[in-house]
Write a protein that binds this ligand. Sequence first.
Ligand code: NI
Length: 256
Amino acid sequence: MIIDTHVHIADTKFDADRKDVIQRAFNSKINKLIEISCEMCYWEKSLELIQQENIFASFGIHPIDVLKAVKNDYEKLEFLIQNKKCVAVGEIGLDYHYDNSKENVDAQKKSLEFQLNLAQKYNKPIIVHCRDAYDDIIDFLKKRSFVPQGVIHCFSGSLEHAKIFVDMGFYLGIDGPVTYKKSDILKEVLKNIAIDRLLVETDCPYLTPQKYRGTRNEPAYVVEVVKEIANIKKLDLQEVEKVTTQNALVLFKGIK
Ligand code: NI
């Protein structure tokens, strides 16, 4: 069985057929989903979703959203994190892709600090979103006396970055891009990082694997990520399924 550790099923792109998408996942090899709810506008919908069996959530305020977030949102977040089906805090992190102005970077760091403290307070792992900011986030985390356990979502850095994160105790999240022809660096990373540090994710509706590229991504397609990891690491499919599922259960202790 496989756990898709990163889905955005509350997204409006699933409004027309959300039930079918979830059913297709559970009818295939996927037995649990983690709904990543990191945009304030989706929190309510995600809360509804986790009333279903085998769907868990992570709540957070995404770095892209921090300039929109007000004090009240952070109070609400703290409340959501205490939900018994909330198994992580995130996506949280740094994203310099669209805006690396000082104002935005300072706001992102302040928000990250606040949410790291929440994760620590409630003893939850973190889902780290990092784009064009690997060196900065490593510096930032290393300055803290305590860093919660977590996963570097959709890892896309260098092998050197990968080794640093693994040394810090993080898992690396692997998504659809691993199946793309141009992902040489990621393939090299996978050859050099032990399977017991990897988690599989779809990030659906985004990052559709090569086989279905051009269409909306969905949890059932996480199988393509598992296949590609098995291929790169020359392991049995069953072994990759077993170990990555075990990794998810170790990290996300709230999954029962
Ligand atoms: Ni995501």
